[in-house]
Design a protein. Structure first.
Length: 50
């Protein structure tokens, strides 16, 4: 009985670790995309005249 509980806890820990790694990668990727798009906006700002 307790061995089954340890297996379930181990699987849950592995799943949490995998999800955490995916979330870190997604956060870094979205940050890079936001920086690039912001730089493009600043570059395009020079050509505007009002």
């Amino acid at each position: 009985m307790t061995e089954r509980a340890y297996k379930i806890m181990g699987n849950a820990g592995a799943a949490n670790l995998a999800i955490g790694i995916v979330m870190i990668i997604a956060g870094v990727a979205s940050g890079v995309i936001l920086l690039i798009s912001g730089a493009n906006l600043f570059r395009a700002k020079k050509g505007l005249t009002f």
